[in-house]
Design a protein around this ligand. Structure first.
Ligand code: GLN
Length: 509
């Protein structure tokens, strides 16, 4: 039984618990057991929160027994990306510099999942300070893709997506600055959604690039992502960029999508995101997904966004610029690691230098240097200023697109999961993984990646749905419609086809 519980979706677990078929404690224990079974191989977690997770599950069971009103996800356990602060629980951001840092406060999204009665299973591995597309830049070693342990699970949130793919958690929280929720979802055969900028609070999300960062759900189904979106979304007075609006009706729209009718929905195919640099098998699955959308009654047309040719370049100026400023707080003085310089006088500057030299990894240093350079006097207008102009062009292209279509679609990632070590010394090759995801961050719009089957190499492919800012519900509607048909076509759970994941005895699905 305990193994079978890990195969169920959050929505299914929620129903079983509400009906008294199973307790929150059994559900949480099943997932912890699964983590202890497989995480030596996958390494999705950097911290497992056994005792507190079980205590929380018991609290939910007691509240249910007393007849208290509980939210739909009460008792459904969750994994949390280690970039989000958790009170009393170590938060490393994948960096040596925060190796032993225990925050005194919860991120708003963490407080919200706690209030919803969701036991926190642990903290998930990530590229250091969310810089990367493979989770190889973690100071604590890479996470492995459950589809093939020699391959990357995407990044920076590879830990969250791998945990969900490997049935270690039904849900996880991720963060997406340039694709770190959607790209790992695509290469692990799971679902990942990036909400509209400001729709979910960033308070307690350790900042990489503040104007791009956004928290969002990782799951195995679109409905589950929508359920989690409704828990974490909404206005937060602690975040000055938080939208003063009610949470999007994500669940209602996901259910509408599952019913399988997209008549009247206008879908734009992004002309710039389909040819050069995209793997053959990715394009095949994408073409198939376009056919599905059309069969469901959507009106399809090709839309052009010429500015997308410059988004990668603009991102790699804006993101390092903001990161170089945000990471200045890791100065060995206020918190985190502090190391003494080897020889020479022990001045504040020497301590800062020695600590940052030893405790930041190469990718973080590369970006801090790049960002500092791009913001320096004499270069600021040429680099940072030009990048901001591209950002405006992207917004204009999209504004134009929204006059003709309700949502846009593209492949999520140009390739399937690459091998561990293949791109780690070639930053440019790594950066190309985010070509299709970055425009949404530059424009602040919502996007979701939905599994679209397997490529010629037997590895999962994701298709991305983008919607206008504040229209988050639409990504769930179109995503769920696509998922319903493709799940059927691929014979149920795609993850059951992953060699190490195969259906457990008595398979619940
Ligand atoms: N892979 C992208 C980067 O390296 C995106 C990271 C993210 O979204 N956190 O910057």
């Amino acid at each position: 039984m305990s193994e079978d519980l890990t195969r169920l979706s959050a929505a299914e677990l929620s129903t079983l618990m509400a009906d008294g078929e199973v307790s929150a404690r059994e559900v949480t224990e099943a997932h912890l057991a699964r983590i202890h079974d497989v995480d030596d191989d996958v390494h999705a977690f950097v911290l497992v929160n056994d005792t507190d997770a079980i205590l929380e599950a018991r609290r939910v069971d007691e509240a249910r027994y007393r007849g208290e009103e509980l939210g739909p996800l009460a008792g459904v356990p969750i994994a949390v990306k280690d970039l989000l602060t958790t009170r009393g629980m170590r938060t490393t951001c994948g960096s040596r510099i925060l190796e032993d840092w225990v925050p005194v406060y919860d991120a708003t999204v963490v407080a919200k999942v706690r209030d919803a009665g969701m036991p926190i299973l642990g903290k998930t591995n990530m590229d250091e300070f969310a810089m990367g597309s493979s989770t190889e830049h973690s100071a604590f070693g890479p996470t492995h893709n459950p589809w093939d342990l020699d391959r990357i699970p995407g990044g920076s949130g590879g830990g969250s997506s791998a945990a969900v793919a490997a049935f270690e958690a039904p849900l996880a929280l991720g963060t997406d600055t340039g694709g770190s929720i959607r790209q790992p979802a695509a290469v692990t055969g799971t679902v990942g959604a990036k909400p509209t900028y400001g729709a979910v609070s960033r308070y307690g999300l350790v900042a990489m690039a503040s104007s791009l960062d956004q928290v969002g759900p990782c799951s195995r189904t679109v409905l589950d992502a929508a359920m989690l979106h409704e828990v974490i979304g909404g206005h937060d007075p602690h975040d000055a960029t938080s939208l003063p609006e009610p949470v999007a009706p994500a669940v209602a729209y996901a259910r509408q999508g599952m019913a399988g009718d997209l008549r009247g929905v206008r879908i734009g195919i992004v002309g710039e995101l389909r040819g050069d640099g995209f793997q053959q098998g990715v394009l095949e699955r994408y073409a198939e997904a376009l056919g599905v959308l059309e069969d469901l009654g959507a009106e399809m047309q090709v839309v052009s966004c010429p500015s997308f040719a410059y988004t990668l370049a603009a991102y790699y100026l804006i993101m390092p610029s903001e990161a170089s400023s945000n990471l200045a707080r890791f100065d060995a003085m206020r918190y985190g690691l502090r190391l003494s310089p080897q020889g020479g006088p022990v001045t504040a500057e020497a301590v800062m230098g020695a600590t940052r030299e030893a405790a930041f990894g190469p990718e973080v240093k590369r970006r801090v240097i790049l960002g500092t350079y791009a913001l320096s006097a004499g270069y600021r207008d040429a680099y940072y200023g030009s990048a901001q102009k591209v950002r405006t062009l992207v917004q204009e292209d999209l504004a134009h697109a929204w006059e003709a279509v309700d949502v846009l679609v593209s492949p999520t990632c140009p390739t399937t999961a690459f091998r561990i070590g293949e791109k780690v010394d070639n930053p440019m090759a790594m950066y190309l993984s985010d070509t299709a995801t970055i425009p949404a961050n530059l424009a602040g719009i919502p996007g979701i990646s939905v599994p679209a089957g397997l490529a010629e190499d037997g590895l999962p492919v994701g298709v991305q749905v983008l919607a206008p800012a504040r229209a988050d519900a639409w990504i769930y509607r179109v995503g769920a419609a696509l998922e319903a048909v493709l799940t059927e076509r691929w014979g149920g759970g795609l993850l059951d086809r992953a060699p190490m994941l195969g259906t457990p005895t008595g398979g619940a699905r």
